[in-house]
Design a protein around this ligand. Structure first.
Ligand code: KIV
Ligand code: NA
Length: 275
């Protein structure tokens, strides 16, 4: 399993950090078998598996539940769990209590927090308390209401400069990784070059220190809009659709079950052998 020390080493040796989301045991198991460096239990689970319109409705209970499932599937991979909407803003005691749930109940190795401003101070206090923190800048989906939608961030020079400063402050606060979402390629490159921790891009172009994608986007397991930055490796949705239609037809026309799916009375010598 990778550790926060390995992440820094990977940065200095220019080895890309591979992160993928997972929300349940079987997906986590496959991610681990593929030897990804980090599994993220993203609050994107709200949209991807719970059917919400955004990540805003996701609760601490949702995050703990799915983190536990991921940990049952992946026992030897660094697991990061998202702290959900408003779970790290009320005060440091509530922030600690919520981080403790993700780590002690869920089994996460680190927590991820979106944003800057007061979140930088929270990050420092969590790290000082021994909690590994992953930061998330650029497009921060929990702020969709304030941002007024999902769009590329840091296009204006002033915005880009602010982002570079925030990234440095988060590194200074002790973050072990920085996720940078939906920013121009040149800005992501500048941020990656200015930090000693790996910058993991999603919609941040080619020059970050690693990449993260949503599991269901990689395999094409939803009918929603695919963002431009996604590389979809297969179309699992079509395979599932075909399989379900085939199952329905097989039952309707009685071609399932077939002989090979049927139990027969036990043979006499089998009874003697086993019982
Ligand atoms: O929730 C999530 O999946 C994320 C990634 C997009 C980084 O935060
Ligand atoms: Na997230």
């Amino acid at each position: 399993m990778k550790t926060t020390t390995d992440f820094k080493k990977m940065k200095s040796s220019h080895e890309p950090v591979v992160m993928v989301t997972a929300y349940d045991a079987p997906s986590a198991k496959l991610a681990e078998q593929a030897a990804v460096d980090v599994i993220l239990v993203g609050d994107s689970l709200g949209m991807v598996v719970l059917g919400y319109e955004s990540t805003v409705p996701v609760t601490m209970d949702d995050m703990v539940h799915h983190t536990k499932a991921v940990k049952r599937g992946a026992t030897d991979t660094f697991v990061v769990a998202d702290m959900p909407f408003l779970s790290y803003h009320a005060g440091i005691e509530e922030t600690f209590a919520n981080a403790r749930r993700l780590i002690q109940e869920g089994g996460a190795h680190a927590v991820k927090l979106e944003g800057n401003g007061p979140v930088i101070e929270k990050t420092a206090l969590l790290v000082q308390a021994g909690v590994p923190v992953v930061s998330h800048l650029g497009l921060t989906p929990q702020a969709v209401g304030v941002l007024g939608g999902y769009s590329v961030q840091g296009k204006e020079a002033a915005e880009a400069e602010k982002l570079i400063k925030d990234a440095a402050a988060l590194e200074e606060a002790g973050a072990c990784l920085l996720v940078l979402e939906c920013v121009p390629e040149a800005l992501a490159e500048t941020v990656a070059k200015s930090l000693t921790i790996p910058v993991i891009g999603i919609g941040g172009g080619r020059y970050t220190d690693g990449q993260v994608l949503v599991y269901h986007d990689i395999i094409g397991y939803h009918s929603g809009h695919m963002p431009k930055f996604v590389k979809q490796y297969t179309n699992i949705k079509e395979i599932i659709e075909q399989s379900l239609v085939q199952f329905k037809e097989d039952v309707k026309n009685r071609s399932f079950p077939d002989k090979k799916h049927v139990f027969k009375p036990v043979e006499r010598d089998e009874i003697e052998l086993y019982g």
